[in-house]
Design a protein around this ligand. Sequence first.
Ligand code: SF4
Length: 295
Amino acid sequence: MQVEIDPNSGFCGGVIRAIGTAEKILGEGGRLYSLGAIVHNEEELARLQGCGLVTIDTEDLREMRDPVAGETLLIRAHGEPPKVYARAKELGFKVVDCTCPVVLGLQKKIREARLRLAPAEGQIVLFGKIGHPEVMGLVGQVDGGVTVVENLDQLRDRIADGTIRPYRDIELFSQTTMSPEGYARVREYLSSIMAGAELTVHETICQQVASRHRELAEFARNHDVIVFVSGKDSSNGKVLCELCRGANVRTWHIGSASGLRREWFRPDDRVGVCGATSTPKWLLEEVAAAIKNLQ
Ligand code: SF4
């Protein structure tokens, strides 16, 4: 078997920045709290926890009673709503903000859209995963008025139940890691049913994600079998793995090398190993080495 790692897979810029910052602080001997998993990859998370990173969640932050003056709290690349910063400040945390600049730009656009739309009761529609931390950070930028839809069916349902009103102006945004094809479907449908009001579409899918979509489909087509590596909570991982499966039915999804099965491979296969924006390069290399050892 030939085994090749996708040269375009591995952490995106936002995740590299957040992990690099965490490693620097931990390397200086400080203790570091991360609000939520710094990356949606269990293997990388375990490595960082071994270096002293402590992950807490928003409920921990809400429940904390004692001030924590001198402790450092890292905000991950997904970003957070303003109320989280206020709570961290109230507790006395020193906040290290690693929100990805692309996400910060999107948060700002949503705040500006809300100001534009409010006088005429216009609406913001966000194409994203309900409950995803980035989406919660985006929705929390404004005081209501954002409807989140994950797919075309949900969009139709929200129109049918009157939540989305196509006779009022709408500004449409996407979470940064959504599929460009899915966003195009939502945009086209919404545009076809607007009734005398204006639809403004914002191109907010991260360019690193959009270009990875194009390159990954090509990579999947050019190999006999694809091993896709990503954490179970990675929304980008689910989208990219489905993209590979659409281009190559022999696509297998694993979290680490222990998930590999010998029966997936034939002796003359050309195997492609790839992953999400949250999959570390070292893990792809470990999986590629394990596949070679199956022979
Ligand atoms: S996918 Fe893009 S927007 Fe999201 S964290 Fe990575 S670089 Fe930033």
